[in-house]
Ligand binder design. Sequence first.
Ligand code: ADP
Length: 637
Amino acid sequence: MALLYDTVPTPELFRRILEQLPFPVTHCSRDLRYLWVNRAYADWLGTSPDRIMGRPIADVIGIPAMQKLLPFFQQVLDGRSVRYEEEVIFSGLGPRWINVTYDPLRNESGAVEGWVAMVNDVTKEQRDLARHRAEEERFRILADQAPVMIWMSGTDRLCTWFNKPWLDFVGRPIERELGNGWSENVHPDDAERCLDIHVSSFDARRPFEMEFRLRRHDGTYRWLLDHGIPLFGDDHTFIGYIGSCHDITDRRKAEETLREGHRRKDEFLATLAHELRNPLAPIRNAVEFLRARGPETAELAWSRDVIERQARQLGRLVDDLLNLSRISLGKIRLEMERIPVTSFVVQAIETSRPLIEEHGHTLEVEMPRDLVFVDGDLIRLSQVVTNLLNNAAKYTPRGGRIGVGVKYERGAGNVSIRVSDTGIGIPPHMLASIFDLFVQVGDPREHSAGGLGIGLTLAQKVVALHGGTIEAQSAGPGEGSSFTIRLPVVAAPVLSAKPVRTPLEAKPAARHRILIVDDNLDNADTLAVLLKLIGHEVRTAYQAEEALSRAAGFEPSVVLLDIGMPGMSGHELARRIREKPWGRTATLIALTGWGQDEDRRRSQEAGVDYHLTKPVELAEITRLLPGSVPGPAVTGA
Ligand code: ADP
């Protein structure tokens, strides 16, 4: 080995090297005195090397420290190298954790003359460690007391720890849960999904949330909601996951019950609306009959008008219910067209005008000069605005002012339709909730305006289906209200080649042989009376089988048939009719309470020409009869 020094290094050189060392070094003699110490050692003890060198060790470090260290001094003097880490109380310095190496120094004859010690003060590290341990301990106590189940895992996805509530839940010792042991209790149907979420979140170091069933100590499976979050060290390295689980079985049950309740309510409303519709048709038919019968006394006319008005009101309520249940069951179908906003606003005004006039209100309308278009369902949007106008009329004392303002909000790309009134107003805390189902301001029993609290809910849902919003404003009770609908504006439509619906050419009414099939006797009979009244030959049947036998000799040119009948359904009847020679050319019109797309499709498949939903106005039927004049034919008869 090449010698790097030119000359043999002097003891002085070594002394200087030791002097420069940044950690404390001492050279002590057999009689337990300091022979030499470096500056780092003296600094550490808060003094200078001069005041240490030559003095007994005990004088410098104090008796308690001496007592602690003496056994090590003895070992090094016995010729052994010694290492230890101890907490020692030094005089003037207090308790310090030191990590020391003692190496014996021998003379030429090999006898131990003293030792060299290198001291490393690790007090800070030890204190940090102790603090860390205490924190960890506190965390564990807390985690064991917490009312949640907690787990931890390392970077390899294997679980390294579970708190007491977890272990109590599964009733197994931690050893069985560690690693992947816990997954043995996951419900087999949830295991794969769980694993997928677990692995993909882990790989992405992403927080995750999952619900799964875990077997409890009593063998029952409980639903847990598990939140896992990745843990990162001070240097941002990933160190694993910590997760907490809640037993959400009861909550899920409650939610399920709630959902089931909602579903039943929706179904009940759908059935209710449907059943309420049925009696309306015969009532209306009877009214038409009374009108057609004339001449009548003033009392008769009055009572007929009462029945008609009330039946119409009932019809409106039932329509609201029906529309609501269609929306709730997701069965509403919008007939979307590109339409000018004015089209449905004007239609709504025309529909509401009688009510507004009845209440002696004045109506002020403000429309934009340019045509503004939206994509929407003309009928539904017009119903929404009608509802706002009817409300304005209902909730404004006689002689009020109702305003309709349509404005193009160019910047936002919206059109706003504002219906305002000078009526009873709405308290501020109700402004948002009046859009909720069945909500009415105040006690409806006290000042009922003849509603169910459905109209605004419907309005909001329909507007939302059009991508729009609706909001209510009012300065409070007695201050009037206004409702603003906002819809996204679209470009004007390119003129299409779509044929415009023209009224049928006027022809003299043809006389038809009509067969009415309906298990609702009143409906069948009242309709028969009306149709006879306007000159048609009419037979009735209350069942499909009966209809077939009645039709045999009669050979009707038009069959009005109910769809939902006990025994053979209207659809089946339609199919059978189409098999008869006379049936091929007959006009088949379904009159039914069910107006869903699916119902229409099935009618079409069965060979039905027209599908009308009850209650049906007589005019609607007569318009469909081959060779008829459009419009209500009853009044002229
Ligand atoms: P309904 O009118 O059938 O009760 P709506 O859903 O249309 O149901 O309205 C809900 C409630 O909101 C009404 O009962 C009424 O209390 C309040 N409301 C609606 N429009 C107005 C209005 N223009 N002025 C004051 N209150 C109104």
